[in-house]
Write a protein of this length. Structure first.
Length: 180
């Protein structure tokens, strides 16, 4: 049997107290739920990066860890302005909401309209579960089903997002979570 424990990652210790990898001024600890389950949640209280560590321990006491950074933004509906592609840039990749129940959107904050957004989703063993290439759009969505149309189980998935435009390619890897 596996046990799970999520925790905000520690940046460093200061005076014997941890300084967590959360935005300065955040007080999101009171909103944490299910931090002893495979899928946890919290409500970010300010925009910025929140880094969490997942500790998975087996019955023999062996522990593996993984980290995920969740970026909270003020307005996920910020759409890039149309452009000719010459000034295309990606400041931040967006995957929202995560965790999700029905649908997750993939997009970016930056300038210009990309030539293509390519999203590939893998389960935690590295098996491909879904992919899409959307052309001429700034956002694409996924409903949490496999390439065969099967509804996927709750839990974490590895997501690779590649956004191409103006002769540039921006690639980012992140974790997303299904929670129905």
């Amino acid at each position: 049997m596996l046990s799970f424990r999520w925790g905000f990652s520690i940046r460093y210790m200061s005076g014997g107290r941890p300084v967590y990898m959360i935005p300065e001024g955040s007080d999101c600890f009171g909103t944490c739920e299910n931090f002893d389950q495979p899928t946890a949640s919290f409500v970010p209280d300010i925009a910025g990066d929140y880094t969490l560590t997942l500790y998975v321990t087996d019955e023999d006491g062996e522990c593996l860890t993984d980290r995920v950074t969740i970026t909270a933004i003020d307005d996920p509906d910020d759409s890039p302005e149309p452009s000719d592609g010459a000034d295309f840039s990606v400041k931040r990749v967006l995957c929202y909401p995560s965790p999700f129940a029905d649908q997750i959107s993939f997009g970016f904050i930056g300038s210009g309209v990309p030539d293509a957004i390519h999203v590939t989703v893998y389960d935690l063993s590295g098996k491909l579960v879904w992919q899409v290439e959307a052309r001429g759009v700034s956002v694409t969505t996924w409903d949490g089903t496999s390439v065969r149309g099967d509804r996927l189980a709750n839990g974490g998935y590895i997501c690779v997002i590649r956004i191409a435009g103006g002769g540039k390619v921006h690639t980012e890897r992140t974790m997303i979570f299904i929670r129905r």
